[in-house]
Design a protein around this ligand. Structure first.
Ligand code: THU
Length: 160
């Protein structure tokens, strides 16, 4: 028997279709990517998370000469949120990227490891984290949750 899993998301082309908070988060992500330390890939990523208490915290990627030690922007933002407000769920995350050479017109999605980190936060706080991705062309994709980006994920329920 063949089975299929599909994911759905919203694509937005005009900024005025975004809420004021979504626009703010994207602006904060764009500011954050300027702080990236990416001397090896020259690929700068910014992430901004909105917490339940209304605070916004940001992160950018931080690379290392030992390449596997590179830390993604999303990982930095979530770790920063946890270290600052350990009891606060994350409601939304905006992610943007910039490079010194042309790259995809499409929004840049979080890597697999970051998706896994996102769903851990969702499960821990029992809440969905809206994921807002914007490409340099302005095209924006909105996913209702991290788990919608990671179907069939390995998570805590397999450990019970
Ligand atoms: N990167 C992120 O910050 N987030 C992702 O989800 C994908 C990749 C960073 C890691 C590395 O510094 C650079 O982008 C190129 O992979």
């Amino acid at each position: 028997m063949k089975k299929e899993i599909s994911i759905s998301f919203i694509e937005i082309s005009a900024p005025d279709e975004l809420t004021a908070m979504q626009q703010t988060l994207l602006e904060r992500a764009n500011q954050a990517l300027e702080t990236a330390y990416a001397p090896y890939s020259h690929f700068q990523v910014g992430a901004a998370v909105l917490l339940e208490n209304g605070e916004i915290l940001t992160g950018s990627n931080m690379e290392n000469a030992s390449y596997p030690l590179c830390i993604c922007a999303e990982h930095v933002a979530i770790s920063r949120a946890h270290a600052t407000y350990p009891d606060q769920a994350i409601k939304s995350m905006a992610i943007t990227a910039k490079a010194d050479k042309p790259f995809s017109e499409n929004p840049v999605p979080p890597c697999g490891a970051c998706r896994q980190i996102i769903i851990e936060s969702e499960q821990r706080f029992q809440n969905d984290m809206e994921i807002i991705l914007q490409g340099h062309s302005g095209k924006t994709w909105i996913f209702p949750s991290g788990k919608s980006l990671l179907p069939l994920s390995f998570d805590s329920k397999y450990l019970k």
